[in-house]
Design a protein around this ligand. Structure first.
Ligand code: PHE
Length: 457
């Protein structure tokens, strides 16, 4: 897109390019960092089951809905929504949820950039030979040392944001298409290598039981909401990011097929990450519910114990960094596109988004050190121990993304005409379409509303 304005919007060159870019947006820290520690904090397999079910039944249909809305609208999410609402005789205020989506994306980026900063730091540690002779205690203290250093955290977070901004400023084709075709397979291969290591050196049987043999006593409304939230987060749905990709998708590409590929790749990476991390957790007596540091205290132990570990570790954190970058792009792109449509310039939009997310990110940085004991909502029962970081991540997962998903489902299922959606999907009014429409019109509203109500009261 370069410095051009938005109309006519520039498309991806092929379906593969779209799929790769969407895979890039979906696969990221959500799969490798967040999924395992969330599963660990929520008791393992029961969480994983709900996550997988939510992915298929709710999150995947929303993903398709976002692509439909985005491609039909061929604009930034607020524009795409208001344009099509007006076309269907509804209010142009549908742009408001789109605008909230832009803000929500920056909120996601606030903690995303900090964790991506940890990844950068670990890439450099790996390269400087720190993944040798590391036991569990050593790995834990390595992570604790990083968290204690505000300047180091700020440096890497800022570095990551600058890299993301540079890529967004370069534009869709130049920036995105190239990296992902190498990144995703490489990340997958390194994860497979880690799983093989875990099979030999880790407690694989224990990990498999932990991840796949559900203890249904762990099923609470809060846990179900967290698992569904993770199913939204991992596919990047609920805040319009996927709409933006839809806008760049060529018109003759099958949305169902492309979506299926993205979802399959995303799920594979998350499950591989789980299978790589938990055997190391159990073999080293670490705590599965150890929280957001889980990835960063387990994998260095594995790298320290394997041949060429320093090199493989560095490569791993490098590819994870790329995966985070391609997701970050999708968090900035809607704001950049929206500014560009208003004639305020892509560059300005990118810059505003970067600065806002950097400032908001300070809340996350401080949550791990100087504000580790500061619990801003402690006066509300149930929030006594929540730092800014926990409030932001759980707020995104259990409030922002579900409400966003609800509105998108409403829009695709009840604002857009059936014919408009059929035309966009390029399918007949057959069983697959009916199933999708049922998911969008009935399942999503009922389940998400019920969970919101149960969790809020
Ligand atoms: N899906 C991305 C990941 O798993 C994160 C993301 C969420 C990106 C929401 C964009 C929007 O890492």
């Amino acid at each position: 897109m370069g410095h051009k304005t938005s109309s006519p919007i520039e498309k991806f060159s092929s379906r593969l390019a779209f799929v790769m870019a969407a895979v890039g947006a979906a696969v990221g820290l959500g799969n490798v960092w967040k999924f395992p520690y969330m599963a660990g904090e929520n008791g393992g397999a029961a969480f994983v089951m709900v996550y997988l079910l939510g992915l298929v039944v709710i999150s995947a249909p929303i993903f398709v809905a976002e692509v439909v809305i985005g491609r039909r609208g061929a604009a930034s999410p607020p524009e795409a929504l208001s344009k099509q609402a007006v076309e269907h005789g509804r209010s142009r205020h549908w742009r408001i949820p789109g605008l909230f989506g832009l803000v929500a994306a920056l909120l996601v980026m606030s903690f995303y950039s900090v964790v991506a900063g940890w990844t950068l730091d670990y890439m450099v540690s790996g390269a400087s030979g720190q993944f040798t002779n590391l036991d569990a205690a050593g790995a834990e203290s390595q992570f604790a040392t990083l968290q204690a250093s505000v300047p180091r955290l700020l440096f890497w977070q800022g570095g990551f944001i600058l890299m993301s901004l540079a890529i967004v400023a370069l534009g869709v084709r130049a920036g995105i298409e190239r990296a992902v075709t190498i990144m995703t397979p490489a990340l997958g291969l390194l994860l497979i290598a880690l799983v093989v290591y875990a099979l030999i050196e880790g407690a694989m049987a224990e990990a498999v039981t932990y991840l796949f043999a559900p203890d249904f006593s762990k099923l609470t409304p809060k846990m179900v909401m967290a698992a569904l939230g993770q199913a939204f987060f991992t596919l990047s749905v609920g805040i319009g990011g996927v709409m933006m990709f839809g806008a760049y998708l060529p018109n003759n590409t099958s949305i169902f097929q492309a979506s299926l590929l993205v979802i399959a790749a995303d799920t594979a990476v998350a499950l591989l990450a789980g299978l790589a991390i938990f055997p190391i957790v159990f073999a080293n007596g670490l705590d599965p519910s150890g929280g957001p540091g889980l990835l960063f205290v387990t994998l260095p132990i594995a790298f320290a114990g394997m041949p060429f570990g320093g090199l493989l570790g560095t490569l791993f954190f490098f590819f994870l960094l790329l995966a985070a970058l391609t997701s970050a792009i999708s968090l900035y792109e809607p704001t950049a596109a929206w500014f560009s449509e208003r004639g305020m310039g892509r560059m300005t939009g990118t810059l505003v988004a970067g600065i806002a997310s950097w400032l908001l990110g300070l809340l996350t940085v401080f949550s791990f050190n100087i504000w580790a004991d500061f619990h801003p909502l402690a006066f509300i029962p149930g929030f006594e121990d929540k730092t800014f970081f926990t409030l932001i991540t759980t707020g995104i997962d259990t409030l922002v993304l579900p409400i966003g998903a609800l509105l998108i489902a409403w829009f695709a299922g009840r604002v857009l005409s059936r014919q408009a959606v059929l035309d966009e999907l390029g399918v007949k009014d057959g069983p697959l379409f009916k199933l999708w429409l049922f998911a969008i019109r009935r399942v999503t509203p009922v389940v998400v509303l019920a969970l919101l109500v149960v969790n809020l009261v």
